[in-house]
Design a protein around this ligand. Structure first.
Ligand SMILES: [Fe+2]
Ligand SMILES: [Fe+2]
Length: 136
């Protein structure tokens, strides 16, 4: 199964710091895919998942810092999406560590779909606010 989740110009928020973070997250999902294909150990897979969760937390905190700073109108709704995602992946991680589920292509599909939807539907909405406040 080829993996073609790559950052594209249409995902740009026109803010360098944010684009870098999104690229990194897409890269981590791609690493997870490669790791399954290579049949890496559970430790290695679990490590990448853990890094991804931590990095997502760091990224969400970056966006949320600007929401507060700029008094962004969709703050509550947007933070709610971040929270829901975090709860879901932490639950998946717990199930993984308890040997209830595997890190699978389905899990990667979920991560990819969520991120893509979030970038194009939710993150896009703050571009105007962020750039009007001078971010680039
Ligand atoms: Fe976001
Ligand atoms: Fe984002």
């Amino acid at each position: 199964m080829p993996f073609d989740f790559k950052w594209k110009e249409e995902y740009s928020m026109h803010v360098q710091e944010i684009d870098q973070q999104h690229k990194k997250m897409i890269g981590m999902i791609s690493d997870l895919f490669d790791s399954i294909n290579k049949k890496d150990t559970k430790e290695k897979l679990g490590g990448i998942l853990d890094e991804l969760i931590k990095y997502a937390g760091y990224h969400f905190a970056t966006e949320e810092k600007y929401f507060v700073l700029f008094n962004y109108e969709n703050t509550e709704e947007h933070i709610n999406e971040h929270h829901k995602f975090t709860a879901k992946v932490l639950d998946l991680q717990k199930k993984y560590l308890n040997h209830e589920i595997e890190i699978s292509f389905e899990l990667i599909d979920f991560l990819e779909d969520w991120l893509l939807y979030h970038l194009l539907e939710s993150d896009k909405k703050y571009i105007k606010c962020f750039t009007e406040h001078g971010l680039k």
